[in-house]
Design a protein around this ligand. Structure first.
Ligand code: HEM
Length: 138
């Protein structure tokens, strides 16, 4: 169980490295006009999305493995709320994919300011999920 938890946390850190940095790339990309930089951003975004998807998949696999090892977790209030927030995080991840596609096809319509705000969402989810997982308030 402790091994699963350790790899779960490692995978979550990998996932969040991407969730924090990919929207930052959108901020810079949205303000860029020269074609060499634009093409470079497209490559960086595609690769970072791939790495963070591996982190996301591994987080879910190790998390579910812990639930299978100890199904009693599912009766706990904190875990149920945590899983609801994880679903929001997965939806955010999916939306990041749509944005990578939009940028790749030069179809972005949003401003850098919008991406700055969008960039705050994973921080809020991270704080809520980690507090639930560590403090287990109910
Ligand atoms: C399907 C997705 C997930 C499942 C099924 C899952 C499930 C679990 C389970 C069963 C534990 C063990 C709790 C314990 O023994 O204390 C755990 C620990 C933990 N999870 Fe998740 N988790 C998922 C996603 C996430 C995400 C996205 C984050 C971060 C944003 C996260 C952060 C943590 C942390 C920090 C711990 C360690 C808590 C501690 O040791 O006190 N998990 N998770």
């Amino acid at each position: 169980m402790l091994w699963l938890k350790a790899f779960h946390v490692i995978a979550v850190v990998t996932w969040f490295a991407g969730l924090f940095y990919l929207p930052r790339l959108y901020v810079y990309h949205a303000d860029t006009v020269d074609s060499i930089s634009i093409e470079r951003f497209k490559i960086m975004e595609r690769r970072l999305f791939g790495i963070m998807t591996i982190g996301a998949a591994a987080s879910v696999v190790f998390g579910v493995a812990m639930l299978l090892t100890a199904p009693l977790y599912l009766t706990m209030g904190w875990l149920r709320i945590k899983l609801s927030l994880v679903l929001l995080l997965i939806a955010y991840h999916g939306y990041c994919y749509k944005l990578v596609r939009d940028f790749a096809e030069d179809r972005n319509t949003r401003s850098a300011k919008w991406y700055r705000l969008f960039n705050e969402v994973p921080s809020l989810l991270l704080i809520a999920i980690v507090l639930l997982a560590v403090v287990k308030p109910f």
